[in-house]
Write a protein that binds this ligand. Structure first.
Ligand code: UD1
Ligand code: UDP
Length: 357
């Protein structure tokens, strides 16, 4: 089998890095096809550097646009690249437009499709990610579910058990492989208060593309900082940075420090040193849980219910007072929950199973 590992965004580079390492170790014939969905240096290249990955063999430079524009450009480019490179299989990870385009282009060419992080469900079809992950799961031949819970979601939708393997989540591998390196290397500046700091990330379409919701969240972050006596550090995704500017959201820099996105090693260090994490990111909910840092999710649902079940995370929505109440509650939590996402060997497991298939 000749595999195209199709990726395009920050979390896919991070979560596929252990699989790419595993494919190399297994002596598999593969190449990395980057769609170019993310392209700013701090959303793309820094992760290849941090994770010591070879630059992608091909980059389609599809760039940003509406959902149809992004997905359409990628579909056409991926199909051409798969034919040109004589790929016989495609691996995708997660729930982005890149995943939808990669899985769909491959399925239409009758290539074997493998979906890493299969079976996650938020139950909210208004999220673009939910549509992408459902389509990708149903057209994949090999579904690598991170947990038993994600396997159950797939079985419930009628996907045959022979197509599914429970592998653990590759984010555990990524954290294990990089946390010590992160702690040893340089250092992003962070608030110096003895009381500690809160780390925040907000970038999800439904939270930042609505001016009222975004203003509410920022108010909640400010209120949490003031009431809990800690600065909020917020490395802002470009989508969020643009929205803050567009909606002229007022941010008190004494309470909330907004920076550009940081690289993976710096972000891991910021996460592991935080007293609390406020986020709407999927990957950050998982990492907080793995690192033993309490998390408050600024959404009304999550496709990572395991983090809530073990006591590491809580859903707070976007109402300022509710955010603060949940932040206060989570600060009191004992940080002794178990990690529900596996043993950190998911990348090797997936690469072996895929290569043998
Ligand atoms: C995408 C994924 C989301 C994932 C996130 C990871 C979809 C539907 N969404 O959202 O699930 O959580 O990536 O970070 O695929 N931009 C830049 N530089 C970049 C990339 C984006 O400036 O390198 C800006 C552009 O203004 C762009 C906007 O961010 O229009 C949104 O980018 P896009 O890739 O469409 O979606 P994300 O919000 O990044
Ligand atoms: N991340 C990073 N720098 C940042 C913010 C996030 O390296 O400034 C990493 C984080 O460690 C996690 C991943 O990006 O592994 C999460 O990506 P994101 O929140 O963009 O997407 P999601 O997981 O919600 O799809």
């Amino acid at each position: 089998m000749r595999t195209a590992v199709v990726l395009g965004t920050r979390p896919e580079i991070i979560k596929l890095s252990p699989v790419i390492r595993g494919l190399k170790e297994a002596g598999s014939d593969f190449f990395v096809l980057h769609t170019g969905q993310h392209y700013s240096r701090n959303m793309d290249r820094v992760f290849f550097e941090n994770l010591k990955l070879d630059p992608p063999a091909l980059n389609l430079r599809a760039g940003s646009g509406s959902h149809a524009e992004e997905t359409g450009k990628m579909l056409v480019g991926i199909e051409k690249a798969l034919l040109q490179e004589k790929a016989t299989g495609v691996l995708v990870e997660g729930d982005t437009n890149t995943v939808l385009a990669g899985a769909l282009a491959a399925a239409k060419l009758h290539l074997r499709v493998g979906h890493v992080e299969a079976g996650l469900r938020s139950g909210d079809m208004r999220m673009p990610e939910e549509v992408n992950r459902i389509v990708a799961d149903h057209i994949s031949d090999a579904l690598f579910a991170p947990t038993e819970n994600s396997k159950k979601n797939l079985l419930r939708e009628g996907i045959g058990t022979s197509r599914i393997s429970v592998t653990g989540n590759t984010i555990v591998d990524a954290v294990k492989q990089n946390l010590e390196i992160a702690k040893r290397s340089g250092g992003e500046s962070r608030p110096k208060e003895k009381t500690g700091y809160i780390l925040a990330t907000i970038h999800r379409q439904e939270n930042v593309d609505d001016g009222k919701v975004l203003a509410d969240i920022v108010k909640g972050l400010g209120l949490a900082a003031a009431r809990l006596g800690m600065t909020v550090l917020y490395p802002a995704h470009p989508r969020a940075k643009k929205a803050l500017h567009r909606y002229r959201v007022r941010v008190d820099p004494k309470l909330i420090q907004i920076t550009d996105p940081v690289d993976y090693l710096n972000f891991l260090r910021l996460e592991s040193g935080a007293r609390l994490i406020l986020t709407d990111s999927g990957g950050v909910q998982e990492e907080a849980c793995i690192l033993g840092v309490p998390c408050v999710t600024l959404r009304n649902n999550t496709e990572r219910p395991e983090t809530i079940e073990v006591g590491a995370n809580v859903l707070a929505g976007t109402v300022p007072k509710v955010i603060v109440a949940n932040a206060r509650m989570m600060l009191e939590r004992k940080r002794s929950w178990r990690n529900p996402f596996g043993d950190g060997k998911a990348g090797t497991r997936i690469a072996k199973a895929w290569t043998a298939s």
